[in-house]
Design a protein around this ligand. Structure first.
Ligand code: ADP
Ligand code: MG
Length: 335
């Protein structure tokens, strides 16, 4: 197996092109694993610890970190910092937390790079969807909300940590980037505590610290239409991988799949692809980019990814066909 592009491992051609379904790797006694529902998703931690007690402490510290960030960034919790921004940033210039600033700086960067396909102000329309109850906004609500989806109207002064909305009805939701940020924070925390092999996942966002017993870990790209099946298996180490899919949170309205990733141009579910996976060194980047690529579709999505060194993508288009970024294709061809 070859080791290409900065510590990541990509599989043999066979691994990438043939659909294989393998069982999960054997979990040794020193590996510990636990999961909890936080940030509206399943957070899973698996790590290699010196002993059971320290392993438990490490895992609990990860969950505590996720809860801390959820308390700050959850738009549905009225006492969160993000809710305060959503309430007051149109009327006032607010000073906010360094972490919200850090996430917003990155979010705005990807808004610019994707020409608005990624836009955390999608929430002025997005807040009217309820996927569990099968509820979509009326055409009126979509039209009214669309005016307020505009990342250029988020005025951010990172140095002074000031934020101000230039449009009154503007609402932010960090659901496309906050989980990646939390995964990065948790990995950094584990590393500082001496952990060298771990995987942390929050829904579709994962980051692998080290590998598995000094070897890469096999990560599966889910089949978007067949539960429990994979379309590709990739051996990876020391990387983040995020997948945005139209099968995560959705309901059917006739034959229209209404799901949780919105095209800011229409205010409706983006329908160019079924799934977009992005590999990057950090999960904050893979998270935002997988959402951006999902909205952009195959051609513009790959153009965006191919411009970013060290970042790769695997896209499943509307017909179920796989598409790979240039580096990934090259690494397959060279084997
Ligand atoms: P998941 O949340 O399932 O891991 P994604 O990373 O693709 O999947 O993020 C989807 C979430 O991103 C949505 O639930 C919503 O909170 C947010 N979102 C939806 N559309 C956009 C968009 N165009 N730009 C930024 N964020 C978005
Ligand atoms: Mg994402």
């Amino acid at each position: 197996m070859n080791n290409v592009s900065g510590g990541r491992f990509f599989g043999t051609a066979r691994l990438l092109w043939v659909c294989l379904v393998l069982g999960s790797p054997a979990v040794l006694a020193e590996w510990q694993r636990d999961e909890q529902d936080i940030m509206g998703t399943r957070v899973t931690v698996e790590l290699f610890a010196a002993d059971a007690n320290s392993g438990r402490e490490h895992i609990d510290s990860v969950f505590a970190e996720f809860r801390r960030l959820d308390q700050m960034m959850n738009p549905w919790n009225p006492s969160s910092e993000l809710s305060r921004i959503n309430r007051d940033a149109a009327g006032d210039v607010l000073v906010t937390s360094p972490e919200i600033v850090e996430v917003l700086v990155r979010a705005l960067k990807y808004s610019q790079m994707s020409d608005g396909a990624f836009d955390v102000s999608f929430a002025s329309v997005g807040q009217h969807y309820d996927y569990r109850d099968g509820k979509a906004p009326s055409q009126n609500q979509v039209e009214e909300g669309l005016d307020e989806i505009d990342y250029r109207a988020i005025q951010l002064d990172p140095e002074r940590r000031r934020i101000h909305f230039l449009k009154p009805g503007m609402q932010l939701d960090l659901g496309g980037i906050a989980k990646g940020y939390a995964v990065d924070r948790a990995v950094a925390m584990l590393y500082r505590a001496g952990v060298r092999e771990a995987i942390i996942s929050a829904g579709g966002d994962s980051r692998i610290l080290g590998g598995m017993e000094n070897r890469p870990r096999t990560i599966g790209i889910r089949h978007p239409r067949k539960d429990g099946e994979y379309v590709a298996l990739i051996p990876l180490a020391d990387t983040a991988i995020s997948t945005s899919g139209d099968y995560e949170r959705f309901f059917m309205d006739g034959d229209v799949r209404v799901h949780h990733i919105l095209d800011p141009v229409t205010g409706k579910s983006a329908d160019r692809v079924q799934s977009a996976s992005v590999l990057a060194p950090q999960a904050i980047d893979s998270d935002a980019l997988s959402t951006a690529v999902f909205v952009l579709g195959v051609e513009s999505g790959l153009a965006l990814i191919n411009d970013l060194p060290g970042v790769d993508a695997i896209i499943i288009d509307g017909a179920g066909k796989l598409h790979y970024s240039d580096d990934l294709l090259r690494s397959v061809a060279s084997e």
